[in-house]
Design a protein around this ligand. Sequence first.
Ligand SMILES: *[C@@H]1O[C@H](CO)[C@@H](O)[C@H](O)[C@H]1NC(C)=O
Ligand SMILES: *[C@@H]1O[C@H](CO)[C@@H](O)[C@H](O)[C@H]1NC(C)=O
Ligand SMILES: *[C@@H]1O[C@H](CO)[C@@H](O)[C@H](O)[C@H]1NC(C)=O
Length: 639
Amino acid sequence: MDIADEQVSPDARVPLSKYPFVIIRRVARAPSYVTAGLSVGVFVCILFLFTPPGFFHGFGHRPGPGPGHPPPPKWRWPPLMNDNSPKPKLSGVDWNARAENVKSSFLHAYHGYEKYAMPADELQPVSNGAVNNFNGWAVSIIDSLDTMYLMGLHDEFERGLAVVKTLDFRKHDKGVPFFETTIRYLGGLLSAYALSHDFSLLQAADELGMALLPAFNTSSGFPMFAVTPSSGITSGSRYGWLAEIGSFQMEYKYLAKLTGRKAYYDVAQRVTSRLNTINLEHYPGELLPAAWFVDEGIPGGDQVTIGAMADSGYEYILKQWILTNFTEFDSLNLYKRTIGAYLNYGLYLSPGRNLLYVTDFTAQSPSRRFEHLSCFVPGLLALGAETNVLPEQHLSSQERQVHVWAAKGLAISCAAMYNDQSTGLGVEEVVFLNKWEYQAKRDARAGLVTSTGSPSSEIVRKDQENLRWMNVLQAWQNGEYKVASDEGSQMKGSATGQGIVPGLRYPPLPVEDKPEDREYTYRQRDYRLRPETIESLFILWRTTGDEVWRELGWRIYLSIEKECRTPSGYAQMNDVRNASLGLQDSMPSYFLAETLKYLYLLFSDDSLLPLDKYVLNTEAHPFPIFSWTDWEKTKFGIS
Ligand SMILES: *[C@@H]1O[C@H](CO)[C@@H](O)[C@H](O)[C@H]1NC(C)=O
Ligand SMILES: *[C@@H]1O[C@H](CO)[C@@H](O)[C@H](O)[C@H]1NC(C)=O
Ligand SMILES: *[C@@H]1O[C@H](CO)[C@@H](O)[C@H](O)[C@H]1NC(C)=O
C-alpha cells in the first residue's frame, strides 16, 4: 500500500472509541471527578522535622493569590549547579531520613490498597473503593512487588506473593491490552523474580508471556492491541502506536534469557529488526512516526512524537542495547540516529524565559505541546550519554556534550512545570506560545493594543524556526546568539559563545505573572501522580552526582504529600493551579511502581540498585543486564 494514499493523522483517524483504554505510556483511566476537601496536616508537619530550617520559604504559608498579588513561586530553586565543581553537596541533609519518608508514604498507599481494594487492580483513594481496569489481576500488587523488595518490606511482599500464586492468567476469557499487560504485569513479575529469585514469579511470568504470544499473529509481526488469553483471539484497530508495538522487547528478551524459549526472542527481535530496516525517508531525520499499520508493519501518519503514544518506543531502543550488555549494534545505531534527529527537530526554546522544551511535530510544523509524559526524555538522554553506555567510538565528546546539555535543560523545564504552579505539582500538558502570541499577551497585559495586524504564516514559521534549539545552539557556538531582553543579565557572554548555554539558565527566570499570562497555555491541567520528571531527576542524580537533582525531587515529594494524600492513599489532582478544585478518585499502580520507587531510589544509596548492573523498563521494573551465552546465540540465531 502506498503510504501517501493512506496518510492519517493519528488524532483524526485512529478510532479511539475502539480502544478500551487510553493507550499511552502510563494510562490514567478517566475517573469520575470527585471533589473532596482533604486536609493533610500531621504527616506534613512530621516531614518538616526532617527539613533544614529555612529551606522552604513560603512552603505551607503561601498567601492566596488576590488581585494584583500574583502567586509566589512554589519553592526556591536549590543552589546553582556548576559543571566545574565536582559533586557539590548540600550540607545538613539527611538523605536516609528522606528515603524513610518515602517508604512510609508507600506503606500508607499500599496498606490503603490492601485494606480497601485488594485483590482488585487499583484503589480509589477518595471513596475507598476498588476498581478493575487492568484485567483484574491485582495490578497494584504485581506492579509494586519490586518496590517492596527494594524497600525491605518483607511482610507486604509475602502477602502480595500469596495473591499472585492464586492467579491463572491463561483462563482469562476477555481481551487484555498487550502493551499495558506487558509493561506492568510481565515487567513486574520479571523484576520481582530478578530481585527475589522466587521461582513462582518466573513461572507466572512464563505463563503470562505464553498467554500473550498470540498477539503477534500479524503478517508484520507487530503485536495487536489486545489478545484473549484463553482463546488466543486478538482484537484492536488496524492502527497501532509506536509505544504499543515497540515497548515489549526488554520483557520478552529477558524472558527468553530466563526460560531458553526461542519464541520469546523471535517475536521481540522481529519487531526490533523491522523498526531498524523500514524505509522512513518520508519523515524528518528518518524518525519513527507515532502511528503504524499493525498488520502491514508500515508507518501510518505524519506525526512524530517522543511523548504520548510513542515515548517508550524510543526508550526501548537504547535500553535493549543496555540490557544485552552492549551487544546489539542495530539498537545502538537506531538510538544514535533517532535521538540525534529528535534533538535536531523536536527541541525548542520558549519565548520569555527561554525554557528548553521537547515537542511533537509534522514536516510542516511543531505543535509546541510539552507533555509531562515526555519528561522521561532528560533521563534517557543522560543515561545514553554515560561513557559506559555509549563509549567514545559511538558518541563523540561533542555529541555527548549536547546530549547532556539537552538532558539538563529539559529537566530544568520539567521541574519548572511543577514550581510554576501554586500547588507545586507538575502540569499534564501545556502549549508554549510562539513569539507573536507571547508578544500579544504581553501587550495586552501592559494595556497596549497590539500594533500591526497578524504576521504572515511564513513569518511565524520563520520566527519559530529561530527558536529551534539546534539553530540557537549553532548561533551561540558561532558567537552570534543574541540575548533576548527577557533573559536578564545572568545570561551573559553570548557574544563570544561563552556563558550559559541557551536553555540551561538555572534557576529559570521567576514567573511573576499570573498563570494566565505565562508563555504557555494550559491544555491538560491535572497532575496524575506521574513519575517521569522524578525518573529523570533520579538518572541525572546518578549520572552527575549533583545533589541539586535530589533536592528538586524532594520538593516534588513534599508537594505530593501536601496536596495528594488522602486518608487511604494518594489521589490525582484536578487542577495544578488551584488545589480547591479537588482530587480524582484514582491511584494508578504506576504511582507505587514508579513514582515512589524513583523517589526512594533518588534518596537511597547508589548501591541499592547500581545502574551498571540493572536497567529499568518503562514501568520502572529493573532487569539485570545480561550477556547471551554461545549456546543461546546459536539457539536463537543471534549473530
Ligand atoms: C492467526 O490468525 C489467523 C487469521 O488471521 C488464524 O486463522 C489463526 O488461527 C491464528 N493463529 C493463532 C495461533 O492464533
Ligand atoms: C479556585 O477554585 C475555587 C472553586 O472553584 C474558586 O472559588 C477560587 O476562586 C479558585 N482560586 C483561584 C486562585 O483561581
Ligand atoms: C558484559 O560484558 C563485559 C565485557 O565483555 C563483561 O566483562 C561483563 O562480564 C559482561 N556482563 C555481564 C553481566 O554479562
